[in-house]
Ligand binder design. Structure first.
Ligand code: HEM
Length: 366
């Protein structure tokens, strides 16, 4: 079995399609992960595992995270690292609370908050980040000051929670993890419907843990991912539509969460491979979304695609709980983009999410 090497050098590709092309063409859909366990790249293999109850959440490693106990505490209390009945109970409480959120109204209000005219705004920091911040603040009930503080905390945590962690910034990331938890607890007092329902179901302490455990995806993954989606949108102006299919196709190509982890709780079989209980599974959703067995000419933007189900939000018992929020936000941004036809300066042809700093800055005016 081949060893997965793509992440050894996560630079130099214009897009995720280029990163996974050789492995998928060679048929290496299940590989040995150099950091342990298996790396799963094929669409069919990812879909089968994602729905298998024995491929559950993976708890963080206490020994490996001994130098960052606050980050460890944040992760171990997050829903995505849990498994079995504990996971199912937290997930059910989160779903019930999220069902109270009017995602379309919140997303449209956040996009309506963009200025009427703009000259040379930075796409990521001055257009996408304020929209994402406003959406998450409405859902949880953060005021403007707390929402800005949270965004800074997430940026500081990103030094450790990244594909290439920088442990020289561990102290900063630790303080930020404590700050994210404190801000999440304080936000409960603001009585937003989601937070009120979650607190009623699980108590204030656990509600704050669960909210703090989502802030990285809600802020960082969403901002980076939506910025990449708009780069792809700018490359394909003529075929855009503010529809669910078009948002799906942009998210498939952008791959905002290229990989997440699962852990097997029982032995299972995948194709010809026997997988033992306790095996770490690196779920390469971005690879599956470029698998030519599932998507014809996977590198192409085709908003009319009606093929396999794209996997950018995972699948099955751990599938992303923020997908409706992200989709609604992207749809509102697309409607804005189509209506305003902004001018964009910069290279829109690069959206390598594996190394967000490789994406050249874009200036946008309307
Ligand atoms: C572009 C943005 C986002 C992407 C691409 C994304 C993607 C993902 C992926 C791939 C998973 C793992 C799914 C699996 O194992 O099957 C996941 C899990 C999760 N996401 Fe997101 N996510 C995004 C934004 C958000 C937001 C805004 C929230 C806030 C509600 C969120 C909340 C979660 C939670 C709570 C889980 C864990 C669910 C569980 O383990 O039961 N995500 N996400």
């Amino acid at each position: 079995m081949k060893t997965f090497t793509t992440f050894d050098q996560p630079t130099g590709w214009p897009s995720l399609a280029a990163a996974f092309e050789a492995d998928l063409a060679a048929g290496d859909r299940i590989q040995k992960a150099p950091w342990g366990g298996l790396a799963v790249l094929g669409h069919a293999q990812l879909s089968a595992l994602a729905r298998n109850p024995a491929a559950d959440g993976m708890a963080p490693d206490a020994a490996a995270m001994a130098d960052t106990p606050a980050i460890y505490n944040l992760l171990v209390r997050s829903v995505f690292t849990k498994s079995g009945p504990a996971h199912r109970a937290d997930r059910a409480a989160l779903i019930a609370a999220l069902n109270l959120v009017d995602v379309s109204a919140i997303a449209e209000a956040a996009v309506a908050g963009l200025p009427r005219q703009a000259t040379g705004l930075d796409l990521r920091t001055e257009v996408i980040a304020p929209v994402v911040r406003a959406v998450w603040a409405s859902v949880i009930g953060y005021n403007e000051k707390a929402a800005l503080a949270l965004e800074q905390a997430v940026a500081d945590m990103a030094h450790v929670l990244s594909m290439a962690p920088d442990l020289s910034k561990a102290a900063l990331a630790e303080a930020a993890a404590l700050e994210a938890r404190a801000l999440s607890l304080a936000a409960l007092a603001n009585d937003a419907p989601f937070s009120r329902a979650l607190e009623a179901a699980v108590g204030a302490g656990k509600a704050a843990d669960l909210i703090a455990g989502m802030v990285f995806d809600a802020i960082e993954t969403s901002t980076t991912g939506l910025a990449a989606c708009l780069r792809i949108a700018a490359e394909n102006r003529d075929t855009l539509a503010a529809t669910p299919q078009c948002t799906n196709e942009l998210l498939r190509l952008a791959g905002p969460a290229p990989m997440t982890m699962r852990l097997t709780t029982a032995p299972l079989r995948l194709d010809e491979t026997e997988i033992a209980a306790g095996t770490a599974l690196s779920m390469l959703w971005a690879a599956g979304n470029h698998d030519p067995l599932a998507f014809h000419r996977p590198e192409r933007f085709d908003p009319a695609r009606q093929e396999a189900r794209p996997l950018m939000f995972g699948m099955g018992q751990h599938a992303c709980l923020g997908h409706a929020l992200v989709r609604a936000t992207l749809q509102a941004l697309l409607a804005f983009f189509i209506a305003r036809q902004p001018q964009i300066e910069g290279d829109t042809g690069v959206w390598n999410i594996l190394q967000p700093s490789d994406m050249p800055p874009l200036k946008i005016s309307w």
